[in-house]
Design a protein around this ligand. Sequence first.
Ligand code: LLP
Length: 863
Amino acid sequence: MAERPWIVLKFGGTSVTGAARWARVREIVDARLAEGLRPLVVCSAISGISDALEALIAASAAGRDPTDALAEIEARHRTQADALGVSLEDACGDLLDDLRRLARGASLVAEASPRLRARVLSAGELLSTRIGAAWLAEQGVSVRWQDARAMLTSEPARGLPAEVRYLSARCGTQADPALQARLDALDAEVVLTQGFIARNPQGETVLLGRGGSDTSAALFAARVGAARLEILTDVPGMFTTNPRAVPSARLLRRLGYDEAQELASAGAKVLHPRAIAPARAHGIPILVGATDGPDDAFTEIGQPLPGPPRVKAVVARRGVGLVSMDTLGMWQEPGFLADAFAVFKAHGLSVDLVATSESNVTVSLDLAANALPPEVVEPLLADLGALCRARYIGPTGAVSLVGRGIRAILHELGPALERFRDHKVHLVSQAASDLNLTFVVDEPHLATLVDQLHARLFGSSRADELLGPRWDELGEAPPAPQRAGWWVARQEELLEEAARGTPCYAYDPDTLDRNISALLGLRSIDRVLYAIKANHHPEILRRVHARGLGFECVSPAELRFVRGLFGALPPERLLFTPNFAAAEEYAQGFEAGATVTLDSVYPLRHWPELFQDRAVFVRLDPGRGHGHHRYVVTAGKQSKFGVPASDLDELLDLVARHRVRVEGLHAHAGSGVHHLRAWVDKATLLASVAEQLPDVRVLDLGGGLAVPDRADQDPIDLAAIDASLMAFRAVHPRFTLWMEPGRFIIATAGALLARVNQVKGKDGRRFVGVDAGMNSLIRPALYGAWHEILNLSRLDAPPAWTADVVGPICETGDVLGHDRRLPETAEGDVMLIANAGAYGRTMASHYNMRPPGREVMMPPSCR
Ligand code: LLP
């Protein structure tokens, strides 16, 4: 069959799990045979098996009995074999015996070397392909199973660590005429083999590392001079962004090798970056498509097509950490960079992006986990400390705009780049290859930024020779990930409430109580004051009061409201933190019995009589702010809050002159702060200023605890914040610590219910219009804030639409959510806008003379 050209087909784990998938593998193989091609099929292990093998190794290496782990692996393959009507013993008996021997041996000596791990892990691919080959043969396919280790030999790797040699081996991309001749001569039409595994020059089993099956397939294609390489997976190709996160992402029909490589390296998961070079070296086209997908939906990767430069995709990569090094003039010194990089190397960290200035060098690190653990960061910073002042910034994420010749179209990116106005950009990098523009931002903002950039760059795009159908048009979109919220169990009650009138803010007391309990569980914090600007509904305040919290108020009206509900409160439960307030407001604060906070020296300078012989708190500007949007960053040069370091001398002088006792120092750096060290950093700064103010007993660390907007974000790690503050307290026993969160307490406990007025389609876009607009909830319009939106009337219906959810206000910005996956939605349905308890109703208005949502506290649930 030598005259038939080879085609390499690679099927990933989900594509080879279950009988239905193998039926599809067969259809595809038949179709390629009908094209006159000879398939070399490369398969992964069945889904979940690589993890199960890792667990087996972990158990054995710990000296535990591996019987259960082995049984689990065998059971999974038995299910697969039974489903295909294949005898597991006949197809795989020898492999399973080997696996048992290896695991038992490792368990006896309680040790698993990289060499042994490679042998154990290779079992996944060997087992899946043996079963698959047996089934195909029974189906009458002319197939021959081949051991990949007899076809692929890794390059000599002397001197490298054993981990790399056995688990992440490299193979050359050269053609292999001897292999091709051997395969050509086989008396079967189809060859079936394994991805991920190879042998080294000594004949031992080695693995090709993460994503190794794609790499294997590309290497086989190079070796046999295949006419085409097809990567068959669970998405129909590469998209303008991750379609699972942004369902309006468009399929990319055609990419150059270099662009695909850039996309894969920047974070697109469909194709492993190492799989491109072997195909590129031999000019072999790569097709990426879905095993189950339509035949005409795929991405073809090949030589670049001529055409004007264009942005092809927006790619996000999580798990980036930054190290900022203030070089104090040493950057010009010969050898500084070499010395600094040597430190990273010594800590086993590889540097990705680099930005330099006269006095600072900032580098990014590609992290396997989302953040560097302190046991890695601290020694790294200590070693760098010998060269420069080093600081770790993380977790951050990178967002890249990818496309060849991007420098030539910078002017076209203007509107999209406006999106960065609202986010702190730590580092910008522009690849020397002119293929990407990368921005490193705080990781929690990554998803929102990608949404926004993609909407700007591709929102009104149409299909053309480059852009294919949208993901949601392909009928592919799975349900958007949704955090199961309290509203699921209370669906019926909420619908009844909505029937009494919408828009309506509904509050769940159980969630409120849980949030309060989480804060009261902080051992380092002596007092929690609720920032009532977030939501002052009396029922909420009563519950907060009953749990012993205090209140942080920013206006005389807020103070009066709290006093109206609870009468006089001791000063440690009533804090007044106004900003640019008139003189009489401070007087009212003292009259109300509140602890009064000054956030500038102006009142002391101009109205000293108000403060003479009194105790006050002073709000300092910690110099560096954080927050989910620049409007809520309340520290640093851009912000109007707090006494700056440059005014400290005058402050000390004024308080001494007027016998004002400064009993507390305060710092609030912003809202929606994910940075876990923000609170201990503020404490440290306040403590250093307190050295000059002997009366200070209290350090108030402000609010700002972030609340995740999206299902894929983790809740803020309160335990980590607590641990850092406990360590602070051990060194500074003089102070008691206060905190004053708003959003953390009430955001998740509130939902806005809105009724659908109309639905309409316009120019390929769909709009769901509800009766709550920006007058009820302004956060999306003002900050681009992301609130999950569900159709509460049809919670269980599958998503069918991608729509913008809009309100009835006469402004284009009156959008509650862009591009949301919703079930088919009709007039009268009740939509639920989640996490709207904080800064929802309190920021509402009567704009357009439309009343904002009413409010209701639900009864405690009887669960
Ligand atoms: N303390 C002070 C002095 C504050 O200014 C604030 C909020 C807080 C505490 C409470 O911060 P929280 O824990 O709620 O983040 N409207 C924006 C938030 C503005 C926050 C203003 N100050 C939003 O909807 O995200």
